[in-house]
Design a protein around this ligand. Sequence first.
Ligand code: GRF
Length: 224
Amino acid sequence: MSDPTTSNNPLRIVVLISGSGTNLQAMIDQIHHTEVPARLVAVISNRADAYGLQRAEQAGIPARVLNHRDYESREAYDTALQTLIDEYRPDLIVLAGFMRILSDDFVRHYQGRMINIHPSLLPRYKGLNTHQRALEAGDIEHGCSVHYVTTELDSGPVILQAGVPIEASDTPESLAQKVHQQEHCIYPQVIDWIARGRVSLQDDTVLLDGQPISEQQRRCQAKN
Ligand code: GRF
């Protein structure tokens, strides 16, 4: 991986998606409108109908489809995916709504350089239906987390989180909308940190500016 602190090369990012790609759009907007030293070198989807592919094409980013149905096993798919990703020599792999469980070998190959966004305040509500589960539990707060990807699902070290208050009138849909808005703020923030060499993973510890990230730094205030 090129070290962003010592080279002038922008951080090369490959984004994996399966759907709408609103987080991808937030990154495209960030990279077009700020000085962040990063480049989206490819967007890869496992579904040909993912709207995010159109967002990539409109932004002039190579958009590729690798359909999981064309492979006999998870391992075979992940091996092909790894080969495709590595064609682009990425420094960072960004999972943005990529709806696949990843095999351990694949995850280990990108250890410390693959991040994900999850719609809950981890470690709460790993897995699916997070908004419904937060409502059913009677929580007063919900949110989203950006974390490094490790072999255990939604369990890697958290880099940044944003909370949203749960109102009595909230439904899974309204909550999803509020959480999404925060995702579009924290994911670009984390990419900025990584691109500027400010954040890295050392063993299981997230470092910000060379020090273990504090609880306070890990938690960003909700923005409207
Ligand atoms: C987001 O809710 C994210 O938390 C989850 O997948 C969704 C992707 O949304 N991992 P989008 O495709 O970026 O709009």
